[in-house]
Design a protein. Structure first.
Length: 255
């Protein structure tokens, strides 16, 4: 949610600096790779060691710098499908580094007990869900649906955990970090559920979905609502031709 509302502000603040980078030959993809490397480096070098003041502040700076790639791409007309793919992939690595580093901190620094156990479990859950949330949206797009909904997008998750870690660094009890991880895990799980439900409404409850060619040489087809038909199991050539002919007649299979 924060990411949707903050894009206009970031464009207003960072378009001019991004254009200055473009004039010296910096490309959006280069910014993507550099921002990811900085984020991973800061997370791995600070969070597992318990540097909960320097770490979050440095991460905020690197994540803000990482947002320059999209601004630069839009401002210079350099947006591309590969750039979007690269940016999304690098974001997954950066998120994994942040939550994985906090999980490592829990394992290395907390005393054995319920708090350590909960923090480890929640940290692992955040690592997994940080990948599942964007995967649900990408997979929805691949089947002709849209799933750009959810209460916990990437910016929301990073703001919540960053605030919790900084609070612990400034003197709050360590369970605040555990609570932050719990909020991120819960919000991510709710977001996944929201995306599953919205895609189900589009594909199962009657919303139209465009047909797409299948990958890996397989036959993939879309239908609308509960009348979806697939070719299952081994069939003879004559049977397959008959099913294809029937499907085309009713508009469910397209060549």
């Amino acid at each position: 949610m924060l990411g949707q509302h903050g894009r206009g502000l970031t464009r207003a603040l960072f378009t001019r600096p991004a254009l200055a980078l473009a004039r010296i030959g910096v490309t959006p993809n280069l910014l993507t790779l550099a921002g990811t490397a900085l984020t991973i480096g800061v997370a791995v070098l600070t969070l597992p060691r318990g540097h909960f003041v320097v770490g979050p502040i440095a991460l905020v700076l690197t994540i803000v710098a990482d947002s320059f790639d999209g601004i630069l791409a839009r401002a210079t007309g350099g947006s591309s499908e590969f750039g979007a793919f690269l940016d999304s992939t690098m974001d997954r690595l950066a998120d994994g580094a942040v939550f994985g580093s906090l999980t490592a901190w829990a394992g290395l620094r907390l005393r054995d007990g319920p708090l350590r156990t909960w923090t480890l479990c929640l940290g692992i859950a955040c690592v997994v869900l940080a990948a599942v949330v964007p995967y649900a949206q990408a997979r929805a797009k691949s089947v002709g649906a849209t799933a750009a909904v959810g209460i916990a997008e990437r910016t929301d998750r990073l703001v919540v955990i960053g605030a919790a870690v900084l609070a612990a660094g400034l003197g709050a009890p360590t369970w605040v970090v555990t609570a932050g991880l719990a909020l991120v895990a819960l919000g991510s799980l709710v977001t996944v559920a929201q995306r599953v439900l919205v895609v189900r409404r589009q594909l199962v409850d009657g919303a139209p979905a465009p047909a797409r060619a299948g990958g890996r040489g397989g036959l993939r087809h879309h239908a609308q609502g509960p009348h979806r038909r697939r070719l299952r199991g081994p069939v003879h050539h004559g049977q397959a031709q008959q099913q294809l002919h029937q499907g085309r007649q009713c508009g469910r299979l397209r060549p």
